[in-house]
Each structure stands twice: as C-alpha cells, then as structure tokens.
Design a protein around this ligand. Structure first.
Ligand SMILES: [Ca+2]
Ligand SMILES: [Ca+2]
Ligand SMILES: [Ca+2]
Ligand SMILES: [Ca+2]
Length: 409
C-alpha cells in the first residue's frame, strides 16, 4: 500500500464500485495513416519513431520516422514537420552506405549545441566505418531548414556487430552548461557482452563510458535506456535478464547502483520502457513492460515494489508502453500500452494498443484502414498533439504509421 500511497491517486488499482460505469469513449479526434514516402516491401517504415521536439524553430513539434531496412538495408529516415506532419524531408547521414541500417533507433536529443534549435539522434545499426559493422550514432542538428547538419559518434570500444547506440536517451542538461546531454547504449560492445553506456555531454565528441562494477558477462547493460528527471538519473536495462537494471544518478553517474524491479504480487518484468512524473510529486515513476508495472519515484530513483497495471481482458503481456498527457483532468498521466503480436485467446487479429486512463478501464485504439492482422503497436511515440503508433508489418513489410490526435476523456 505504500506504493499506492506514493502514487497519490492510486492509479490502476482495481476500480471501486463508483468507477465501474462504462468509461466515456475517448475523443480521439482526427486519425490518419502515413505510408512511407518511398514504399518498399520489407523496408519496415516505422521501425523507429521519435517525437523530436521543434527542430526547425517554427513553434510546432516535429516527428522522425525510420525505415531501417529500406533500400538494400541502407535504411532511411524522414522528418515530418508539425503541426500537421504533412511536410516531409529525407534525413540522411553523410556517409550513407548499403547495409548500414540507418534509422534503427531514433530519439529526441534536446538542444545539443545550445543554439536554440532542438536536435535529434539516429543510429545506423551496422555502420561499417568504425571497425566491422560496429554501428554508429549520428547527431542531427536542428535549424530553420530542418535536420540538415550531422556529426557521427562511434563506440570507444568498437566491436564487430555490436550495434552501437542500440538504445538512446535524451537526458536534459546534466552538467548545467546550456547544452543538453544524451546517453547511447552499447550492450554488445565488449567480449563478455557485459555492455556499457556512453554519456555524451552536449556535442562534445568524446563520451564518458559507464559500466557498473562487478559485471560477469552477458548482462548487456544498455540494451534499454530510460532517462529520469535529473538528478535521479538514467535507468539502463539488460537483455531480458532482470533484475539486470541499473540506475546512474545524474549527480554522480560514475556510481551506478543495481535497481531492483520487484512487484507485489510477483509479475514478469521484462524491461524498463518509460518514465514520467505521473502524480506530480517531482519524482519520475518508472514504467516497465512484460506484465506492466509502475515503480514509484523517489529522490533515490524508482522504488520497489512496483504496482501492477491491470490489463484489458485476455491480455497477459505488453511489449510497448508510454505515458500520455493527463486526458481526464485528474492530475495523473494516462498510459498507452501495446502488444504487436497476435494475442490468444482474443479474436484473431494482430497487434493491439490500448489507452489506459488513470481512473478507468482500458480503451482499445482502432487503426484506420489497413490489414488488422499485421503488427499494429510495434512502436509508439508522441509528437505535438499526435499519438503515433507504428505497424511495420503493414503492406508486405513496407510498414505504416498511424496518427491519433491526443485524446480527451
Ligand atoms: Ca517544427
Ligand atoms: Ca541545437
Ligand atoms: Ca550539458
Ligand atoms: Ca512521481
């Protein structure tokens, strides 16, 4: 009950009798589907998504969408400018090459160089420049013309097939120098596959490499990254081997601590997925996927036991999760959860996604058009007033992205 008390309004507890009336259907407003600007079978448009903030300074938040298998696995990414996300421009690294799989991961960055424009991050999973297919992270700097200038970052310990930048996280300005900072995961970047996290201050080219002490191998630290509000720091997960998650405090990132992710009753916790201050007490809650749970925030980071999130009937696990703005006015953020795989015993269709209001029952999102047996929900983000849901299986793997206007309840 301590956890529920910390979450203030006790979101996601079982509804009390007063709450059991059918919830009002969410007013999703406009819904739209985006297909790839250059559709191609198996290109996996929507394989990465990121609301990147306002990169061109026109006052509207913008969206990046990647297709990592596009064009002989060179990969591709496009910038969709807000507010309508109809103005599209290709975003390309200067050393684009076949097999590079650019656009495997995308992230907002904040303002890395302090020029007032929001910047963005993109990885090339199998970049061949640094060592042998070690992967690379590109910084794309915002400007009035969009994301036209970039710089490249490679692993300090480049290893074959390592997939540098497998996870990315925008941190805000940890050192207070006016430039926002970010982290790049390197979960396969050493012989023992213990993994590591690189901390980049602004646009400084050389990272601070972070690796918890006492690792013995196969921890794959940096497989997932979730930023907390500074100074609580950064949560780095391993590869499906919990409790392999660590917290790097913002004030002393060189002193990470193992982060227990235990729930009561015990649930299958797969991976950290998102963090936000759900209840407005100043400390971020951590949301995990698997059987999803919320770990209450504190000055020392998220705390166990986590509070399980009740799922829609028939749903056992979820694979994607994010926070949504408070849509029902109770001061508590809502959740968007998805599972892109077909869920037995629910009626046969592919991926599904649900809005989980803090005070009510889950409400399913219905994609506009398209093949309902595909993998709707294999990526989630938000950009401006839009909730963005990917379906990379759509159209023989060409992929599609669905836009839903932010709901009001
Ligand atoms: Ca903009
Ligand atoms: Ca900038
Ligand atoms: Ca900084
Ligand atoms: Ca909180």
């Amino acid at each position: 009950m301590i956890a529920l008390a910390l979450l203030g309004c006790a979101p996601f507890s079982n509804p009390s009798p007063a709450d059991t009336a059918a919830p009002a259907a969410p007013a999703w407003g406009a819904e739209r589907r985006l297909d790839a600007p250059a559709p191609q079978d198996d290109a996996r448009f929507g394989g990465a998504l990121a609301g990147v903030g306002d990169v061109d300074g026109d006052g509207h938040d913008d969206l990046l969408i990647g297709a990592p298998e596009h064009g002989d696995q060179q990969g591709a990414a496009w910038l969709y400018r807000g507010p309508e996300l109809t103005d599209v421009a290709s975003v390309t690294p200067p050393d684009a090459s076949a097999g590079q799989r650019f656009g495997h991961r995308l992230s907002r960055a904040g303002d890395l160089d302090g020029d007032g424009y929001q910047d963005a991050l993109a990885t090339a999973l199998a970049d061949s420049d640094a060592a042998n297919l070690a992967g690379a992270v590109y910084l794309f700097f915002g400007g009035a013309e969009g994301l036209t200038r970039s710089e490249k970052r490679s692993s300090p310990e480049p290893a074959s097939g390592a997939g540098y930048g497998f996870a990315l996280a925008a941190l805000g300005d940890w050192d207070g120098d006016g430039r926002d900072d970010f982290a790049a995961g390197d979960p396969y970047g050493d012989a023992a596959r213990s993994g590591a996290v690189d901390l980049y201050y602004g646009d400084d080219p050389d990272p601070v490499r972070l690796r918890p002490e006492g690792l013995t191998g196969e921890e794959n630290v940096g497989y997932s990254l979730v930023a907390l509000s500074a100074p609580e720091g950064l949560v780095a997960g391993g590869l499906w081997t919990l409790p392999a998650a660590w917290r790097f405090p913002g004030e002393d990132p060189g002193a990470p601590a193992l982060l227990p992710l235990e729930t009561d009753p015990a649930a299958t916790v797969r991976s950290p997925a998102a963090a936000a201050d759900m209840d407005g007490d100043g400390y971020d809650e951590l949301l995990t996927i698997g059987e999803p749970a919320l770990f209450p925030g504190s000055p020392d980071g998220p705390t166990s036991p986590g509070v399980s999130v009740p799922l829609a009937d028939g749903v056992v696990e979820i694979r994607q999760a994010m926070f949504l703005p408070d849509a029902d006015g109770d001061g508590v953020l809502e959740l968007l959860l998805a599972n892109h795989q077909s869920i037995s015993p629910l009626p046969d269709r592919g991926g599904r996604a649900w809005l989980h209001p803090s005070g009510g029952e889950p409400v399913e999102l219905e994609p506009v058009g398209g093949d309902p047996t595909a993998c709707f929900g294999d990526g989630l983000t938000a950009a401006g007033a839009w909730v963005v849901v990917a379906d990379t299986c759509q159209e023989r793997g060409a992929g599609a992205v669905y836009l839903f206007s932010t709901p009001t309840l």
